[in-house]
Design a protein around this ligand. Structure first.
Ligand SMILES: Nc1ncnc2c1ncn2[C@@H]1O[C@H](COP(=O)(O)OP(=O)(O)OP(=O)(O)O)[C@@H](O)[C@H]1O
Ligand code: SF4
Ligand SMILES: [Mg+2]
Length: 373
């Protein structure tokens, strides 16, 4: 495994500043014409402390994977900065970026599709070592691979087997081994357990936890399952339409969510105690996630927010600001927390992508009203 220099307890390994990833929407028969932009990530600031876990949650399509990939420079950012261990990655020449890649690895949701079915485990693990020139010779590489297999709980006989000969949980261990064999400091795990049986999920989460303790790893864990993120994260960030709406230490976020969207997400998580379950608030959000090709004006959540106020919420985009140890992007977070502002019914609004329908950004007739129970 990699040599680690002495570090202070809480220093920052990854710093993301105003990161944007916009994908062009192209149309045309003979010549592609850019008719709009999908704003998958649209101004994200976050820091990940060394040796800690940052959990990222949010609805499907809100930009979690794009953020993870842009952080590793696997998808080129449109704007913004990503610093890793003090080195700015977005302006790094390709040769130097390749060198940094060894230190930042990714684990994917579906190990079957991310592992080459024609390569046995030894070949899968050797490939990265050779690419990055790790290991003095074949014997040395076999030693590194053997230690990595031990670390992820796979037997040595696994080396000669192919991905299809393993169970889902074992395959994810191979995916983790492939990342780990390079001795990384940061691992971006994109939905690392969501393709696995529930009974296996805890084993893989525990393995990630143990590896963090023994190797001092730093994680960005992306998951839609709030329970998984809570278990593993020190800090949790909640994304909505390409931006963070709230960020807080894990317990604080789960016990005292401040942003209306976070409150809605938390209210959907079942509580084991039936009395508490019966009494707690439930917030059902109206409508689907609006299109990132034409996000709503002002606060992006205002089309679904049960607390939205005229006219500031539709006019002014809230910035993330500190409130008692959390960072929250809501103009009225304090008044909502104190009960001064009460929730109201909202009508779902459909915001059409530019170029479709009557006019850009036209809001269609209200559909089902949102409800607050
Ligand atoms: N290469 C691409 N080209 C164009 N649009 C893209 C591309 N990759 C992602 N998108 C769009 O960017 C938005 C964010 O996608 P992303 O995959 O990051 O979301 P996600 O939060 O990871 O969703 P999920 O939970 O379903 O994995 C989506 O609207 C998606 O369609
Ligand atoms: S700023 Fe307004 S619309 Fe946005 S979350 Fe807060 S109350 Fe809701
Ligand atoms: Mg994703």
């Amino acid at each position: 495994m990699s040599e680690r220099s002495e570090r202070t307890e809480n220093d920052v390994l990854v710093e993301v500043r105003d990161l944007k990833v916009h994908f062009p929407i192209k149309r045309g028969v003979l010549f592609d014409r850019v008719v709009g932009q999908v704003k998958a990530v649209d101004g994200v600031d976050l820091s990940i402390a060394r040796g800690k876990t940052y959990g990222l949650v949010g609805e499907s399509g809100c930009g979690k994977s794009t953020l993870g990939r842009a952080l590793l420079q696997l998808t080129p950012p449109t704007a913004g900065e990503v610093s890793f261990d003090g080195v700015e990655l977005t302006t790094l020449p390709p040769g130097k970026l390749r060198g940094m890649r060894r230190r930042m690895q990714m684990i994917f949701q579906d190990p079957m599709s991310s592992l080459d079915p024609r390569q046995n485990v030894e070949s899968i693990l050797t490939e990265g070592l050779q690419t990055h020139g790790i290991g003095a010779d074949r014997t040395d590489r076999r030693r590194i691979i053997g230690e990595t297999l031990d670390a992820v709980g796979l037997p040595r006989w696994a080396l000669s087997r192919y991905p299809h000969e393993f169970s889902g949980g074992q395959r994810q261990r191979i995916g983790i081994a492939r990342a780990l064999v390079l001795g990384p400091e940061l691992i971006v795990a994109d939905e690392p357990v969501s393709a696995l049986d529930v009974s296996i999920q805890a084993q893989v989460v525990n393995l990630l936890d143990e590896l963090q303790d023994s190797l001092g790893l730093t994680y960005l864990v992306i998951a839609h399952d709030l329970a998984v993120v809570r278990h593993i994260s020190d800090t949790v960030g909640v994304m909505y339409l390409g931006a963070l709406v709230e960020e807080a230490p894990s317990d604080r976020l789960y016990n005292e969510p401040l942003h209306p969207y976070t409150r809605a997400l938390m209210s959907a998580v079942p509580v084991p105690d039936p009395d508490v379950e019966d009494r707690r608030e439930r917030i059902l959000l109206a409508g689907d996630l609006p299109s990132p090709a034409n996000p709503p004006s002002g606060c992006r959540f205002h089309t679904r927010c049960p607390w939205a106020q005229p006219t500031r919420c539709a006019d002014e985009r809230p910035v993330l600001r500190e409130i008692g140890g959390s960072r929250v992007a809501c103009h009225f977070a304090e008044q909502i927390a104190s009960g001064e502002l009460r929730p109201h019914g909202v009508s779902a609004q459909i915001v059409r992508p530019e170029g479709e329908g009557d006019a850009p950004g036209v809001v269609s007739a209200p559909t089902e009203p949102g409800s607050y129970v």
